[in-house]
Write a new protein. Structure first.
Length: 245
């Protein structure tokens, strides 16, 4: 059943009606009244509900689409996807960024094991192939909604990691408590699509767009202490970059 929302419009206001509607729906999305995956009424029904023309209602919905708060899906209609997690490109963890934005991060450890480092992991960590590393995979949610599948490798000499700690705190926080002083990182951001496993974990369609991030973090001595490969839902996540000439 599509969700409906009562909105009081001020028709004497200089603020355009389409903007009043879009702002009211945005507020309802941000405060949780309209949670992610909520299906909205179609534009004809919404125009009738608010006594607006269809073009005015379309303008309001287009504004919400451009803001990344709703998406139109063929055969499904218009659905809420919620506000995106926006991150500056800086040396921080997703866990801490979510907390700083007022979101509630939850973590499920999918696997945690000690293995010999394969060559493609040993190289960025600057260790020998076969040296022992802690290999972990986690599913990160934000306010209950799946956001990222994170895979990391940490040299066993760096810190002891356990499932309970990783589900209660962020990896970087745990490593800082172990005495790691993060100073810099090499990072690469790209795009990919969801395979069967990623789609199931992230609750999206197979082939959906994902943001891919690889990072190798170094401590104050220039020693590599962590290498990560993360996948994020592109409809719920983006990077902010400031360019200065």
């Amino acid at each position: 059943m599509p969700a409906s929302l009562e909105i009081d419009l001020d028709r004497s206001s200089p603020v355009p009606l389409y903007h009043q509607v879009a702002s009211a729906i945005e507020s309802a999305i941000r405060d949780g009244t309209l949670p992610p995956d909520t299906k909205l009424e179609n534009e004809v029904a919404l125009a009738h509900r608010y006594n607006l023309s269809r073009p005015t209602m379309r303008q309001a919905m287009n504004q919400l689409v451009r803001s990344g708060l709703v998406v139109r899906r063929r055969g499904v209609g218009t659905q809420v996807i919620g506000p995106r997690v926006r991150r500056d490109l800086r040396l921080s963890s997703l866990y801490n960024d979510l907390v700083s934005e007022g979101a509630n991060p939850q973590t499920t450890v999918l696997s945690l094991e000690r293995i010999g480092a394969p060559a493609q992991i040993a190289e960025p960590l600057r260790i020998a192939t076969g040296d022992e590393v802690c290999h972990l995979r986690r599913l990160r949610r934000a306010d209950g909604q799946p956001l990222a599948v994170m895979e990391n490798w940490v040299p066993s000499s760096v810190a002891h990691l356990d499932k309970e700690s990783l589900e209660q705190d962020g990896l970087y926080n745990i490593l800082r408590k172990a005495g790691i002083d993060f100073r810099m990182a090499h990072q690469r951001v790209g795009a990919t699509t969801a395979g069967t496993e990623q789609a199931e974990l992230l609750q999206c369609n197979r082939g959906s767009a994902l943001v891919m991030m690889e990072r190798t973090a170094l401590d104050s001595r220039g020693i590599a202490v962590e290498h990560g490969h993360h996948l994020y839902r592109a409809d719920r996540y983006s990077f902010d970059i400031t360019l200065v000439d």
